[in-house]
Design a binder for this molecule. Structure first.
Ligand SMILES: [Zn+2]
Length: 143
């Protein structure tokens, strides 16, 4: 994660005070995608009907999955399980709402992934894992 932040030109992660940026690394199709939030996120939203993501456009997780989606439009690949590392817990307001009815499961579905494993480092430095299916199921593991 520290390397990903460096590649993105971000400062090292700071929780207190919060540095305000979220970085992700997504591995899928033998490719490493780096995503970031806010004004550094790509403005080139390839996902159809971006309003379906509501406030999650500009969130690092969706930034990364949007890049995968764009590549898969070209390659025609689908399936597989993606692995994503996030340097904070994905937000429950937009990205991971209850029962997975959030932006990340929608994005996973659009990319054609069979699932997405998300690892993140929580506020106390603990690592937690989510497994997200491209449906409205969300399993929370290792909490
Ligand atoms: Zn979010």
């Amino acid at each position: 994660m520290a390397q990903a932040r460096q590649k993105l030109g971000l400062p090292p992660r700071s929780a207190n005070p919060d540095d305000g940026y979220t970085a992700i690394v997504l591995y899928a199709d033998d490719t490493e995608y780096l995503g970031v939030n806010g004004n550094l996120a790509s403005k080139n939203i390839v996902f159809p009907n971006p309003q379906q993501f509501a406030g999650a456009i500009g969130h690092a997780e969706i930034d990364g999955l949007n890049q995968l989606y764009a590549d898969r439009l070209v390659s025609g690949k689908s399936g597989g399980v993606g692995i994503m590392y996030v340097d904070r817990m994905p937000c429950t307001a937009y990205c991971l709402t209850e029962y997975g009815n959030g932006a990340i499961p929608k994005a996973v579905s659009l990319t054609g992934l069979n699932g997405l494993e998300i690892y993140y480092v929580g506020p106390d430095g603990e690592t937690a894992r989510f497994f997200i299916l491209p449906t409205d199921l969300l399993w929370v593991l290792g909490m």
